[in-house]
Ligand binder design. Sequence first.
Ligand code: GDP
Ligand code: MG
Length: 172
Amino acid sequence: ENHEEKRDYVFKAVVIGDSAVGKTHLLSWFTKNKFCFDSKSTIGVEFQTRTVTIEGKVVTAQIWDTAGQERYRAVTSAYYRGAMGAMLLYDITKRPTFDHVARWLEELRAHADNSIVITLIGNKADLVDQRVVPTEDAVEFAENQGLFFSETSALSGDNVDRAFFRLLEEIY
Ligand code: GDP
Ligand code: MG
């Protein structure tokens, strides 16, 4: 089936958050539905796409990955330009990655449209024994900041499609 022919919309979204929180793996799960065991840090890949149907419309999600530019303020404004949605990830086993979420939000709000839909993602939810960020802390933060929130595992795929679909539906 050739989706290109009858595509109704292209939605640009970005994936952000500290290095090694699982951005590239989460995106790979959503676009290819598999866990990429051999991928190192992202080099050169600008975006991945997946075409889905939302309320009967054919929507191509064009999702940009940071290509290893996670250092604070190293992500350029071109990355955020035109983005309608953002997945902001932290790692539930690494407290600093959650503490840095506020900085990433600042970056987003400085560079992206006001109307951008943002989902906060606590990734690596499969590592239950190593959890240091309680779900309630993230829920409270997300509520205060007006963000959607999900915990996901890019290893098992838990909640990954659901989180992306909710973002895309909200953009729609
Ligand atoms: P990025 O730097 O944010 O793009 O992070 P990567 O996607 O490259 O992932 C960093 C590391 O975390 C890799 O070794 C992945 O295998 C691992 N990883 C990513 N997501 C998960 C997850 O949900 N669970 C577990 N256990 N490991 C993960
Ligand atoms: Mg990466």
